[in-house]
Design a binder for this molecule. Sequence first.
Ligand SMILES: Cc1ncc(COP(=O)(O)O)c(C=O)c1O
Length: 309
Amino acid sequence: MKNIQEDRLIWLDGKIVPLHEATINVLSPTSQFGANVFEGIRCYWNEEEGQLYAFRLAEHYKRLKNSMKIFQMEDKYPIDLLKQSLIDVVKANNYKEDIAVRQTVFIDGLGSWSSKGPVNMFVAPIAKHRSDLTMNKGMRCCVSSWERISDRNISPKVKVGANYINSRMAQIEALNNGYDSAIFMNNQGKVSEGPGSCIFIVRDGKLLTPPITASILESITRDTVLELAKEYLKIEVAERDIDRTELYVCDEIFLCGSAIEIAPVTNVDGIDISCAKPGDLTKAIHKIYIKAVTGKISAYKRWLTSIYA
Ligand SMILES: Cc1ncc(COP(=O)(O)O)c(C=O)c1O
């Protein structure tokens, strides 16, 4: 594993520099108020092809631009530049393993929390191997006592740094109480999502997930799972409101996200789900997801961008 922390190269303001030179002004609105929007993008190494594949860049950049629009930041980065900066910095680090890339557009300068600019960007890759531990063991979650932020106060659709205070409160509460993570309810009292992931449940063979109006991030992994389940595995899927008690009586639950991938939840609020083991459908979706992201299903190569020419 290369470039674990300190010796990484970072793209900042058009230059590729060592991590210790990638510094930001302490008085900028990004460091004072979390005034930044970002994407967490995965790239997967395909050993047979000797290729590193970035996953669903078009969808990540569409969401990044939507975040900038809602957050009202100057949008000065064309898609080609967003993409090229990621490719250049990953290549500069010569990664030949699974990685995660943090691409952040932030408010620089000496303004306040309402400044729209000046806008700057960094792109920071890091080695991140797949964790089969969560897949084998499953997670114990609680329903959080914290409510998910909503579109009427701080929209969960904007992937802005400051939104993660809400996730932080839920995650810390869960860990303090001996759980692995949390599940949020929204202001309508319906199941929303995890602190950094979306949620799916299985009831009577049908895959269910809250709609995009349920105070969730419009997750790229959620969209990927819906497509793989419907089109590849031919499973019936529905986007509908989910009640808290459905979590207790459903057959399977999993969280999903670029970072967590597909993570089974085997206990909620002390109640076992699927006999406290990852369910069969969750395992099938995990298997197909990993094949798709690593370029092993030709139909889904359209989601991948080759890093090395
Ligand atoms: C709150 C929240 N929900 C869902 C997700 C999953 O989104 P994606 O699948 O696009 O990574 C994330 C990922 O960062 C998140 O922070």
